[in-house]
Structure formats: C-alpha cells, structure tokens
Design a binder for this molecule. Structure first.
Ligand code: PMP
Length: 443
C-alpha cells in the first residue's frame, strides 16, 4: 500500500512525483551506515539521509540522552522562561562558533532558522534607526529552505513556481556564474570561475537598490542542494569586505556545511571568514530531533536589547512553541559530545579526501561526465543533461543506484555523495563503484 500515497491518509513523500507511486522507497530501520527498506533491502546511506546524520544512524549515546531527558524534563517553554538543556546546548554551540558569534536563538529547522536570521537582520537595523534597510540579497541556485523567507532569498525557481509571487518584496539575487569543469577541486587546488561573480554585486545590484537600503546578503558558503558548487578563491573574503564597506550584514546559511561537513566545525572556519550570523540545523542533532537556530554576533544582540522601553515590553517578538525544546537540546548536547569524543569533524575531512580521490580516479572520463567537485566530506559529479529533459539522467542514475543498494542524491544533473562522517573506505568504494556502473549504464 506504500505506493498509494494519493488515496492514503498520509501525504508521501514530501516532494511527491508520479514515479514514487511505481517504486516506493519506504524505510523501516536504520543502523550506522545503513537503512533497511519495507521490502527488506539494505541500502548504504551515501547522503547522510538528508545531509543530517553526521555520526551515522542509531547512536546509542544520543538515544540514551533523549530518554533520560524525557524522564527528567519532557517539555518546558522558552516563552518568557527557559530550561537548563537549552542553556547547555547554546553554550556548546557558541563555544564552537567562530569569532564573536556567541548568541544562539533556537528554532526547529533550517527553514525557520533562515526566517529567524532575516528577521534579526531587520530588527537590528531598525534598532539602529535604519529601518529603511530591508532589501535582501541571495544567490541564484541558493537553497534556504521552504519558508516564505527562504524561498524568497533562495534561487531555485522550481521550488517556488507552485506558489505564484507571494514572496518577500525586496529581494535580489546574484547571478550564478559557474563552470562545472573549472570548478573541479583536487586537494588544495582552488576552483576558479571564469567571471568574477562579485562584479555584478558591486556594479548592478548595489547601485540599483542603493547599498544603504540593503539589510543583508545571505549565501550558503558552498551551494549544497544545487549540487555542491564551490566558491572560487577569495570569494567569501571579498563578500565580507563589500558588506563591511556598506554596513550590510552577512549571513552564512550553514544548515548543510555546519557541524563538520567541511572537516571543520563550520564553513566559516574552513574559509577563515566570520559572518554576522550563521544558521544551523541538521547535523546539530545528528538528524534525530528537530533543532535549528541562528548564532549571531554579540554586537547584533547588544544593539537589539539596548532599549529604554518598559521592562515588560518585548522588543523582538519571535520564537516558536518548540524553540529550545529540552529533548532536542539534550540530543544536541549528546551529538556534539559524540562528535568531539570521536574527532568526527577531523574524520569527515580525512574521509572526504578519500571520497574525492575515488570520484576523481573512478568517474573522470565516464560517459557524460562534465565536472567533478570535491570538498569537505562531499563530492559531486555533474553530467551533461539529456536535451529537453534536464535532470532526467541524474534521476534515473539515482534510481538505478538505489535498486543496487546505494543511496546517492540527484540535484538537477548532478549526483552528490555526502556520507556520514563514520564512513569507511570500503563504503566509499561501494558507493562510488555503484555510481560509476550506473553512469556507464545510462550512457
Ligand atoms: N538552508 C539550507 C542551506 C539547507 O540545505 C536546508 C535544507 N536542505 C535548509 C536551509 C532548510 O532546512 P529544513 O529542511 O530543516 O527546513
């Protein structure tokens, strides 16, 4: 009955397509690097489920922490109150975050984190008497979740075409300039783009809106959902300089890159650039309990809280019923301890190199391969699209890999592998070997 999602009472999957009816993929168990499907097949998890299971599935330490928390304090609102686990988790996240990013605002997902960050930006500028700063700048092909804020600053047209034009009104997008071949990264060799992507920001976008009206620029340091597109040398540093010059806030959406995917705590560390705010979700709880949030610089928080309003007046009304949920925060504390105890961020970087080597040595030269990109614990192979049906080749390859026991992720005409950090060399060989065979079969 799993292929009956139209008439059943549960809307499956969350991105339905007609194909799922023919071939449902329903998971019933998971452990370590593997998941088991409803028809009893073992599938190796090549995409950390949705980039979120960094430490692998079913980690006893996290499960135990959740059970203990449930028995101690099952729920406590953070509306005009708080709880001890939220303090503990926030302290650990602030300690990991770079520079003076020390203030953590919790929510429940990456999409909520993006909305939260955009609202903090607006509130910060208003608190400084610059309420006119309300333009947001994103990037073509950026993915920032499915809230109205996220689809407005996001740059994947397919993600919003079903919803008409009900978006944030004052948004612009930097053009996506990328060459799949030049973008290849081999240990230490930086990707190069043919055109300077920041010239457009300086020459078209900022003059058009007037920089003094711009609230924030939001980017994924590495564009994850679009297909792991790496920024060129110095890109984020220069973006930081441009923002500083004009008093514009810089937001890194670290929902995918945060908590180890780059081999460092955050992409901000990897690139040596400190943003004004970072969003996080996914790996913060190893995917086990919904938790997201924003870490912002002390000066933003201080400015927003500097007020002569009466004590009982709320200046920044924002938060969710489940913000700082003690069970989610307990999961975060246990997850971050686990990452630390097993040096899993470092391991992510090391195994990412093994993965990158496997991509470059196994996939290069296969039919239709036009680019390979590896960085951190993720690698992508870009294929020439089939004329008239973009995305079809990669989707078919994903299905074929899945049937043969390897879960890889299609993104347009790109296939991505981003395994849990506990991945072993033998898993990488299986994943990349299966992918290579499928690419050959779909020549
Ligand atoms: N931002 C980025 C960069 C993401 O990759 C995602 C999820 N893939 C989101 C935001 C949205 O997160 P969520 O699905 O938890 O709402």
């Amino acid at each position: 009955a799993y292929n009956d999602f139209d008439t059943g009472n549960h809307w499956l999957p969350f991105t339905p397509n007609r194909h799922f009816r023919k071939e449902p993929r329903v998971f019933v168990r998971a452990d370590g690097m593997h998941l088991t499907t409803h028809d009893g097949r073992q599938v190796i998890d090549g995409i950390s489920s949705l980039w979120c299971v960094g430490a692998g599935h079913n980690r006893r330490e996290i499960n135990e922490a959740i059970k203990t928390q449930l028995d101690t304090l099952d729920y406590a609102t953070t509306f005009q109150a708080s709880n001890d686990r939220a303090f503990e988790a926030a302290g650990m996240i602030a300690a990991l975050a770079p520079g003076d990013l020390n203030k953590v605002l919790f929510c429940n997902s990456g999409s909520e984190a993006v909305d939260t960050a955009l609202k903090v930006a607006l509130a910060y500028h208003r608190a400084r008497g610059e309420g006119h700063r309300n333009v947001f700048i994103g990037r073509e092909r950026g993915y920032h979740g499915v809230g109205f804020g996220g689809i407005s600053v996001g740059g994947i047209p397919a993600n919003r075409k079903a919803f008409g034009v009900a978006m944030l009104p004052r948004v612009d997008h930097m053009r996506f300039i990328h060459d799949p071949v030049d973008n290849a990264y081999i240990h230490g060799k930086d990707p190069v783009w043919k055109e300077d992507p920041l010239l457009e920001l300086e020459q078209r976008i900022l003059p058009l809106h007037d920089p003094s009206n711009v609230a924030a620029v939001i980017v994924e340091p590495v564009a994850g959902s679009a297909g792991w597109y790496l920024p060129p040398q110095g890109y984020l540093k220069r973006l930081r300089e441009i923002c500083d010059k004009h008093g514009i806030l810089l937001i890194f959406d670290e929902v995918i890159t945060g908590f180890g995917r780059m081999g460092t705590p955050f992409a901000a560390d990897f690139y040596g650039v400190v943003p004004d705010m970072m969003t996080f979700a996914k790996c913060v709880t190893n995917g086990v309990q919904p938790l997201g949030g924003v870490v912002c610089r002390d000066k933003l928080y201080d400015q927003m809280m500097k007020t002569d309003a009466p004590e009982h007046v709320v200046e920044f009304f924002h938060g969710y019923t489940y913000s700082g949920h003690p069970v989610a925060c307990a999961a975060a504390v246990a997850t971050l301890q686990l990452y630390q105890q097993h040096n899993l961020f470092q391991r992510a970087g090391e195994m990412g190199k093994v993965l990158g080597d496997a991509f470059h040595s196994t996939l290069k030269g296969l039919p239709n391969v036009i680019g390979i990109r590896s960085l951190g614990c993720a690698s992508a192979v870009e294929l020439a699209p089939i004329a008239g049906t973009p995305g079809k080749r990669a989707y078919d390859i994903f299905l074929d890999c899945f049937k043969r026991g390897a879960w890889v992720r299609p993104a347009g005409d790109v296939l991505v592998i981003a395994p849990p950090y506990i991945v072993e060399k033998s898993h990488i060989e299986q994943l990349v070997g299966t992918l290579a065979e499928s690419i050959r079969r779909h020549a």
